[in-house]
Write a protein that binds this ligand. Structure first.
Ligand code: TXA
Ligand code: MG
Length: 327
C-alpha cells in the first residue's frame, strides 16, 4: 500500500470513530478526531487511561486552532511562530464546543503542531484536528518506533502508520501561556527539548512586554504523575556520587540471584550528548527490560544537569521504582 493509500485508510477510520497510531517527531501518538465521541472514548479504553488525564490536540495549520481554543494571546502567537511545527505544547483557554473528554473537564486545552511529515499529512488530509496521547498503555514507556506501538497493542486491531524512529524521542514540552498584569508568563508543566533556556532566549529577543518563564511544581500537569513511563521491570537510579556503584548494584540483588546473570544487560546507558540520549532513551529502556534482566539500573552523573538533561531525568525519575539509596 502506498503512503497516500494508508493515509486515506487512516482518514476513513478516524471519520468512522476509530483510532489510528501516527508518528510524530517526539513520540508516536494514538489519534482520534476531536469531533468523534466514539473515537475519543476508544483512546481511553485501549490505552487504559484514566479520564482525569487530558489529551493534547494536534493541528497542521494555524487556522485549525479556532476549532480548539477560545483565545489566542500575542504570547502564544509569538511562541508558535518560533517553535511550530515542533515539540512544544501550549495550554490555552479551550473552545466551549470542545468535547470535555479531551480536556478532562478543564477550562484549558493542550495544543500542538507536530513537525513529522506523516502526522502533518494526515491532519491535513482529514481537515479536522486530532486528539492524541502517546501510543502506550497508561503509565508505560512511550513508543518511539512503530514496532513499539504494535507490541504494546498486540491484541487491538490497530492501524499503525510507520514514520521511522521519532527524532526527538521525548514527549513535547508542555507550557501554560498566561498573563499576570503586564507580564507574559510561560509556565513549564512538563519539561522537554524546548528547555527553559531556549524559551527565555527566544523571549529575550522579543521587543515589548515583560515576561517570566517558570517551572511548575512537579505534579502541575495532570497525568504527569509520579509514576509514569515505566518499563516492565523495576528501574533503579544510582547516584554517581555514591561512587561504589558496583557494590550498590550488588546490594540490590536478592541473595539467591547470581550476580553476573542478574546485572548482564541491566545497565541503561545514556549517550553523553543529551539530544542523542533523549532520542534513544525509550528504545534502550525497552531493550533492557526485554533482555531478561530482573531490573534495570541507570547511573546519574553529576554533569548530566540543565537543558535537555532535566527532561531526561524527569522521565527517568518517574519511570523508576526508587532511587538508591533512600527514597
Ligand atoms: O509529544 C507529545 O506531547 C506526545 C505526542 C503524541 O504529541 N503526546 C503526549 O501526550 O505526550 P500524553 O497524553 O502522553 O501527555 C499529555 C499530557 C497530559 O498528561 C498532561 O500532563 C498534559 O499533557 N496536558 C494536556 N492538556 C492539559 C491541560 N489542559 N492542562 C495541563 N496539562 C495538560
Ligand atoms: Mg504519555
Amino acid at each position: 500500500m502506498t503512503l497516500d493509500q494508508e493515509l486515506e485508510r487512516a482518514k476513513e477510520q478516524l471519520e468512522a470513530g476509530g483510532v489510528v497510531a501516527l508518528p510524530t517527531e517526539t513520540v508516536y501518538g494514538l489519534a482520534a478526531s476531536i469531533r468523534s465521541e466514539a473515537g475519543l472514548q476508544k483512546i481511553f479504553a485501549i490505552k487504559e487511561r484514566p479520564f482525569f488525564d487530558p489529551l493534547i490536540v494536534h493541528i497542521s495549520d494555524l487556522e485549525q486552532k479556532e476549532q480548539v481554543i477560545a483565545s489566542w494571546p500575542p504570547l502564544a502567537d509569538f511562541l508558535a511562530k518560533i517553535f511550530w511545527p515542533g515539540p512544544l505544547t501550549m495550554v490555552l483557554p479551550k473552545n466551549p464546543s470542545l468535547n470535555p473528554l479531551i480536556t478532562s473537564g478543564l477550562e484549558t486545552v493542550g495544543l500542538r503542531m507536530p513537525a513529522h511529515p506523516i502526522a502533518r499529512a494526515l491532519i491535513e488530509k482529514c481537515g479536522f484536528p486530532l486528539a492524541a496521547p502517546s501510543a502506550n498503555k497508561f503509565g508505560k514507556t512511550s513508543p518511539t518506533k512503530a514496532e513499539h506501538v504494535r507490541k504494546g497493542f498486540e491484541k487491538d486491531d490497530l492501524l499503525v502508520l510507520d514514520g521511522g524512529q521519532s527524532e526527538v524521542g521525548l514527549e513535547s514540552t508542555v507550557v501554560a501561556v498566561t498573563r499576570e498584569g503586564a507580564t507574559d508568563v510561560v509556565t513549564i508543566l512538563r519539561p522537554g527539548v524546548v528547555t527553559r533556556d531556549i524559551l527565555e532566549s527566544a523571549l529575550l529577543d522579543r521587543a515589548g512586554d515583560a515576561f517570566e518563564v517558570r517551572v511548575a511544581a512537579s505534579a502541575a500537569s495532570p497525568g504527569h504523575t509520579e509514576h509514569h513511563y515505566m518499563p516492565n521491570v523495576p528501574l533503579v537510579i544510582i547516584e554517581q556520587e555514591e561512587n561504589t556503584v558496583r557494590q550498590k548494584v550488588r546490594d540490590l540483588i536478592c541473595q539467591d540471584f547470581e550476580f553476573e546473570r542478574a546485572v548482564r544487560n541491566a545497565e541503561l546507558r545514556l549517550d553523553s550528548n543529551p539530544r542523542i540520549a533523549a532520542r534513544s532513551l525509550y528504545t534502550r529502556m525497552r531493550e533492557c527490560s526485554d533482555s531478561g534482566a530482573s531490573f534495570i539500573y541507570v547511573i546519574r552523573r553529576s554533569s548530566q544537569r540543565g537543558g535537555v538533561w532535566d527532561a531526561i531525568w524527569d522521565r527517568l525519575t518517574r519511570a523508576s521504582s526508587r532511587t538508591y539509596p533512600g527514597k
